[in-house]
Ligand binder design. Structure first.
Ligand SMILES: Cc1cc2nc3c(=O)[nH]c(=O)nc-3n(C[C@H](O)[C@H](O)[C@H](O)COP(=O)(O)O)c2cc1C
Ligand code: SF4
Ligand code: SF4
Length: 399
């Protein structure tokens, strides 16, 4: 179903909705891409390709997930690399998808080692019909950055130079630069993309972490032939990092943004848009729930826009930014502190809030006649208990 309210024009291209698949294994297979586009995704970022991709050294198992107590996946770590398909095959897929779905936005992702490679990849894929080019700047800087061992997007200088190479080759086809949150100041990197002629930034890529250690064997996870390595962390747990990164770029640098990282549903997507993203990419959640998650994303966003009486999706982009300030800029008096209130009809008397406030708050929750209540004098309004309550029975009210 296509809803008028969720349509968006971004960098001169019409997106039927703001949701596109991020580069993952889901976008590395032509048949899977066809299914996803039929399902209703506005477009897709193909898994990253490089010159000589066929010699990529993938190792299995390549993923490990952290689950919550109900068994739902919260965090995914992967040691996947780029696509194993050679450039010629990726070009063929782009051509096939564009002829089958002329109105979908097809964006190959590339990664080069030098000017020649970046430009060859760009020109080849534009020739085959790519609507835009995404560049993964999570690859090493080579000899153009301050530290060749680091990622391109960890150096403003390297980012600017490599962006300008791609833009020179892409001409008027939009160039999107996918940057990393693992820098001291992400606005410096986004500004370098702008200076290099990039049309937009993709904020951000997976966050490098150690997903876990098997305490029975002492081996890092996922374990490959007895060894482990640092993994790209994705999924719900990275959303706060994504929101911070998007909002910093949106506030500090005037450049269009595609947001990615940690979106599980339409509400998360709205948050990324309110932080400043125009288009939202989704990876882990589409792998986990299947391509049909697009229906609930579209329905959810459309119903939200109707309920809140927004004319269209453009009206929510950056909506949170005017209210996002430094902590020292928030005007505040002591008496502004709220107070916790327990809804007795909802409370299931699990005592979680009592324990949490007793040892992690201000010992303000007490039990009387088998009921839990809040001591108004002791409660400082910290808000901890509202997050602890499993049935949302606690709210913060005006004092
Ligand atoms: C298994 C896997 C493989 C990925 N491969 C790529 C890739 O080839 N190129 C790239 O730029 N990002 C790659 N990513 C990162 C995703 O495009 C996306 O930035 C990341 O998963 C965060 O979004 P999510 O939380 O919605 O998954 C990969 C992610 C996963 C989970
Ligand atoms: S708001 Fe803080 S101090 Fe007040 S009851 Fe909750 S945890 Fe305790
Ligand atoms: S955490 Fe919630 S449900 Fe449990 S005792 Fe407190 S108010 Fe009641």
């Amino acid at each position: 179903m296509i809803f008028d309210k969720v349509k968006i024009n971004f960098l001169g291209c019409e997106f039927e909705n703001p949701f596109i698949l991020a580069a993952t294994p889901s976008t590395d297979d032509s048949d899977m891409l066809v299914e996803a586009l039929y399902a209703g995704w506005a477009g897709a970022i193909l898994k990253t390709t490089a010159v000589g991709s066929s010699s990529v050294d993938l190792k299995y198992p390549m993923m490990y997930a952290i689950k919550d107590n109900s068994g739902n996946m919260m965090t995914l770590g992967n040691i996947d690399l780029i696509s194993e398909h050679p450039l010629i095959e990726v070009a063929r897929v782009v051509k096939k998808l564009k002829s089958k779905f002329p109105s979908k936005i097809i964006i190959p992702s590339i990664m080069g080692r030098n000017k020649k490679e970046w430009q060859l990849l760009t020109k080849t894929l534009i020739k085959s019909g790519a609507d835009m080019i995404e560049c993964s700047f999570s690859c090493p800087q080579g000899n153009i950055g301050e530290d060749p061992g680091r990622m391109l997007a960890q150096s403003a200088k390297a980012t600017e130079i490599a962006t300008s190479w791609v833009k020179e080759a892409a001409k008027d086809i939009p160039v999107l630069i996918k940057i990393t949150p693992q820098v001291t100041d992400i606005t410096e990197i986004a500004a370098a993309v702008k200076k290099g002629g990039g049309d937009a930034v993709v904020v951000t890529n997976s966050v490098l972490g150690l997903i876990g250690i098997d305490i029975e064997t002492g081996k890092p996870l996922p374990t490959v032939n007895g060894y482990g390595s640092y993994a790209g962390i994705t999924g719900p747990s990275v959303k706060p990092i994504t929101l911070k990164s998007i909002s910093q770029v949106a506030k500090g640098v005037g450049i269009p943004i595609l947001g990615v990282g940690g979106v599980s549903n339409y509400k998360d997507a709205i948050e990324l848009m309110m932080a400043g993203a125009s288009i939202v990419q989704i990876g882990t959640a589409a792998m986990y729930n299947g391509f049909r998650i697009i229906d609930s994303l579209n329905d959810g966003l459309n119903n939200y826009l109707l309920r809140k009486r927004f004319k269209n999706v453009n009206e929510i982009i950056g909506k949170a930014l005017p209210f996002l300030v430094g902590l020292d800029e928030i005007e505040y008096k002591k008496e502004d502190a709220p107070i916790a209130k327990i809804n007795q009809d909802k409370c299931i008397q699990c005592n979680k809030c009592y324990i949490a406030c007793y040892d992690g708050g201000h010992q303000a929750i007490f039990i009387e006649n088998d009921k839990l209540d809040v001591d108004k004098e002791k409660c400082v309004g910290c808000g901890f208990c509202t997050g602890v309550c499993p049935v949302d029975a606690i709210t913060l009210k005006k004092r």
